[in-house]
Ligand binder design. Structure first.
Ligand SMILES: [Ca+2]
Ligand SMILES: [Ca+2]
Length: 212
């Protein structure tokens, strides 16, 4: 029975962990750009709240910021599970910019689908988020994944509208499969195993004949 409980718990834990984001260092908490490749002209990087007074990481100690210049990007290439199948991904990120009128500096995310040879199949993007009233704004939504997509480039785009600095910030980037691979099967296995445990535990316990 204990083994079954362990198995059930493991299945449920696995199904829970498969909800995890496919991105590495999506919230900048490694304190470096590890996992991300910078593009554009503004040299985006990691900030701990010192770039613009009053704009602090939404969670943890770090966030991504735009740098200095008209535009910049940070891209991470991600292997997509379940190649050849109908899939969806959910994108979720938080954005904030310095209050410099309307529009202020802002950001959006794009997904570029690539085939197994690295060729571009197409791309989609979120709306630009212009959140400049001292608050972080979350965007999240679903995108259909082309069946022939093998990898996806997840890119944060930093867009300057005012001044010299690119005062756009991102935190907590997440990219998850919907439904997450294996989660339904693992949930079903976990539920079955738990049901088995419950059925067994209702049986009367056998008492050893030699009990003193
Ligand atoms: Ca963070
Ligand atoms: Ca600016």
């Amino acid at each position: 029975m204990r083994l079954k409980l362990v198995f059930a718990a493991a299945c449920l834990a696995l199904s829970a962990s498969s909800h995890a984001t496919l991105l590495k260092n999506g919230g900048a908490e490694l304190g470096t750009l590890e996992g991300w490749t910078a593009g554009g002209v503004s040299s985006p990087g990691i900030d701990d709240g010192s770039f613009d007074e009053g704009i602090n990481p939404r969670t943890g100690s770090f966030m991504f910021y735009g740098g200095r210049g008209s535009f910049g990007s940070l891209t991470q290439s991600v292997l997509l599970p379940n190649y050849g199948q109908s899939r969806q991904v959910r994108v979720s990120f938080w954005e904030q910019g310095l209050d410099q009128d309307i529009p202020s500096d802002q950001g959006y995310v794009s997904l570029t689908w690539r085939d197994i040879d690295g060729g571009v199949l197409g791309s989609v993007q979120t709306p630009g988020i212009d959140s400049h009233d001292g608050i972080w704004t979350n965007w999240n939504g679903l995108f259909a994944v082309p069946a022939s997509a093998f990898t996806v480039d997840y890119t944060m785009h930093f867009v300057r509208n005012v001044g010299r600095d690119l005062d756009a910030f991102f935190d907590e980037n997440e990219l998850t499969m919907v439904p997450e691979p294996g989660s339904i099967a693992m949930l079903a296995l976990g539920a079955l195993a738990l049901a088995g445990v419950q059925r067994r535990s209702r049986r009367p316990a056998l008492r050893p004949l030699t009990a003193a």
